[in-house]
Design a protein around this ligand. Sequence first.
Ligand SMILES: CC(=O)N[C@H]1[C@@H](OP(=O)(O)OP(=O)(O)OC[C@H]2O[C@@H](n3ccc(=O)[nH]c3=O)[C@H](O)[C@@H]2O)O[C@H](CO)[C@@H](O)[C@@H]1O
Ligand SMILES: C=C(OP(=O)(O)O)C(=O)O
Length: 425
Amino acid sequence: MEQAMWVRGGTPLSGELRVYPAKNSALKLMAASLLTADPVTLLEVPRLRDVDVMLELLSHLGTRYAWEGRTLHLHTPEITNTVAPYELVNKMRASFNLLGALVARAGEGTVPLPGGCAFGPRPVDQHLKALRALGAEVSEDSGYFTARRGRPLSGRVVFDMPTLGGTEQALLATALGGEATLILTAQEPEIEDLCYFLNAMGADIRGVGSSILQVKGAPRLGGVTYRVIPDRIEAATFLLAAAATRGSITLTDVEPLHLDALLDKLAQAGHRIEVGPDWIRLEATPDPKPFNIEAREYPGFVTDMQPLAVGYLAAAQGNALVSDRIYPDRFTNVPELLRMGADLTLKDRVLSVNGKKLHGATVKATDIRAGGGLVIAALAAEGESRIEGMQYLERGYEQLPERLRSLGAHVGLVTEEPVLAVAAD
Ligand SMILES: CC(=O)N[C@H]1[C@@H](OP(=O)(O)OP(=O)(O)OC[C@H]2O[C@@H](n3ccc(=O)[nH]c3=O)[C@H](O)[C@@H]2O)O[C@H](CO)[C@@H](O)[C@@H]1O
Ligand SMILES: C=C(OP(=O)(O)O)C(=O)O
């Protein structure tokens, strides 16, 4: 049975909320745990569908795991299988990073083309380019990629563009015994987190946070206990929801430095923003100004926040232009926002938003952040909305209805009966 969420809009969100740790970091650290035969403990791991999928994948490859509350214990004494099954890999993008970890630890790995949110082409050529530049032999058979190595992977990789997944692939492939210079790497906080994690295991990665990383791997990596960074995309979702409903919210356990680009836009709009070392307070202005967005690599306004911001802008006043340099066609929530009465025009990959009061409607989330944008718009709209596609929201947002309710929102889950096709006679 598929679930949907109902939202009765119009209530300003207010209160304090703890931000949970970053899914997109936890997943890569879980993949990195394959690089050691020692136990690894991740503190405060989000309890999300994607994490469950990664655990299934790791178990298949030889990992034993145990949960203790939100602490995750992982232990891979040996790799028992070097092939990641399609049924799991097609559920999310992050699973492709198992290729680098497998080839480093076991000498070879086979992973099919990954799934993940569908908002335009998402090639893996840079992952393969990096592995090849590091000396791996990479072959493809029926959509499965196999990487093999004779010696620890080492070399110089010049990426064509900053890529999170590609940079992570190269880090995972070289941290165990390899040596590499990685040029034009992604600078996202999740990359920093992976570097610090690998360094805590015994690697020596320099240039962390910059676009050139120097990796000096260790012949043996050890176990580690490590705390995952806060989820900046989740934080952005709650901040935009509070701003859209003209509310006031304090986020705790958050890293404000990871949200500079969004906080700057919200301040430009006239919302009052205060930050501390690990908290952010937003008090919405009743009369916000719109802002334009050109989504780009971190530390710019990142693409994952773009569909969230479109949900906010559609329900705000004034005109705004939105484009996305990373995923130029990432406008999957636009047709759904139109159902809520939004005034949006997409032309030549530029979305023109004429913000206005929206009304409730039945809409469908088609991916995680498109869904997040719909939730923001529905919270600001007049009347009741039903957001279908909860399975996408659950990939990235833990306890979303409960946490929104704790801020005063009127939301809940509807359990849907599957629609049965009736044959025409
Ligand atoms: C699980 C995870 O962490 N997902 C995030 C990750 O995805 P993901 O790691 O897949 O995204 P990338 O950073 O790799 O993609 C950035 C850009 O590089 C291009 N590219 C990437 C790889 C490649 O081999 N060839 C290529 O051309 C992509 O099409 C895109 O235009 O970063 C994206 C961009 O911040 C986010 O939207 C995703 O939420
Ligand atoms: C796009 C996302 O995930 P994936 O890369 O797995 O599709 C996301 O977390 O917003």
